[in-house]
Design a protein around this ligand. Structure first.
Ligand code: GLY
Length: 354
């Protein structure tokens, strides 16, 4: 059954309707410790919550683990879940990924609904059916493609986010603009992100519409290629370097996923300019926006070998080859592009010196 995305300003009214459309002999909610405290109270007037069983797992990506998954299965099993029950995942990408996987495997699959509470989960993680957990030290190593029945996007949750989490999610929006249209990209790089991080009312109101537009870009790509055999790889723009930056940082001072993606866009747009004639003005304007809002990652020449090694181990690379998505222009996508180690080093030089 296709996933339905609901952009809502009244989640208390939308959620009961979504649950009514799912199997619902018993309803379960999954939260982490943070969303239980800061987001679950926003649903307090939802009658359905009072009859539901709430399962809570510790927050942060380190708990996207087999232990947390087993805890969710155990809670479902011991509180009477059947094949006709539903799970509502209320949280960021960790909760929607893990909860989606728990629901998709419990009794061979029960209905689930995603209510993303972070900007990153709204525009990326909760949409498109990727579910799973980290395993053996590797991110998202175990999982399945499985769509939630509904994604309910309520931007009132944006008010619960700190500045770093807003910027993190915004990086994926910037990526969506780059792979979509000049107009969407121009709006994104022209936006006062700093005002949104201060929860300025006008900026948040504008962000609401931009979130809806951004999700529509992802939805449209995922519909064409749900299992990432082709065009869905466009969504990997910024992620070959981005994942390497994220893993490199994990060994030093961890950074949020979106920051790594924002930084990853810089060398990948540089390679786009060198290999595919991506225009210089759009390159420099995007780089300027990223520096202004995300600062810089302190990599040095001495880190290049480690970063290259990480890129070879990326899920997107096959054998001894580094794979990237490049752009010929905004919205002009080239998937499955290979780059040499020399090109990677040149892009990292640009990254450090731009
Ligand atoms: N996060 C990229 C995708 O869902 O394909």
């Amino acid at each position: 059954m296709p996933q339905r995305i609901i952009i809502s300003e009244n989640i208390q009214a939308e959620l009961p309707k979504a649950i009514a459309a799912c199997e619902h002999d018993r309803v379960f909610f999954l939260t982490d410790e943070v969303t239980q405290r800061s987001c679950l109270p926003l649903l307090r007037d939802c009658g359905v919550l009072h009859e539901a069983h709430v399962i809570t797992i510790p927050d942060s990506d380190t708990h996207k683990s087999l232990e947390s998954l087993a805890h969710v299965w155990h809670e479902l099993a011991t509180h009477g879940a059947t094949r006709h029950s539903s799970l509502v995942n209320l949280g960021g990408g960790m909760v929607t990924d893990l909860g989606g996987f728990a629901a998709s495997t419990f009794k061979r699959g029960i209905d689930f609904i995603n209510i993303p509470t972070t900007l990153l989960a709204m525009v990326d993680a909760s949409v498109g059916g990727k579910t799973g957990i980290n395993f053996n030290g590797l991110k998202n190593e175990i999982g399945v493609f499985s769509d939630s029945r509904f994604v309910i996007l309520d931007t009132q949750f944006l008010h619960t986010l700190d500045a770093a989490n807003l910027c993190s999610g915004y990086a994926e929006m910037l990526k969506h603009g780059l792979i979509h249209t000049e107009a969407m990209w121009a709006q994104l790089v022209g936006f006062d992100l700093e005002a949104a991080t201060r929860h300025d009312t006008t900026a948040i109101a504008a962000l609401r519409q931009m979130v809806a537009d951004s999700v529509a870009v992802k939805e449209q790509i995922v519909k064409q290629d749900p299992h990432e055999a082709g065009i869905r790889k466009a969504l990997n723009l910024g992620h070959t370097f981005g994942h390497a930056f994220e893993s490199w940082s994990l060994r030093r001072k961890p950074v949020l996923h979106g920051y790594a993606v924002a930084w990853g866009l810089i060398p990948e747009l540089y390679l786009s300019a060198v290999k595919r004639q991506f225009p210089s003005r759009q390159l420099h304007q995007t780089v300027g926006f990223i520096h202004q809002n995300y600062g810089r990652l302190p990599v040095a020449c001495a880190d290049y070998a480690e970063l290259i090694e990480l890129m070879y181990h990326d899920k997107k690379s096959r054998g001894h080859e580094i794979n990237v998505t490049l752009l010929g222009n905004i919205g002009e996508i080239h998937i499955d592009q290979t780059v040499t180690e020399e090109e990677v080093k040149e892009a990292l030089d640009f990254f450090r010196e731009a």
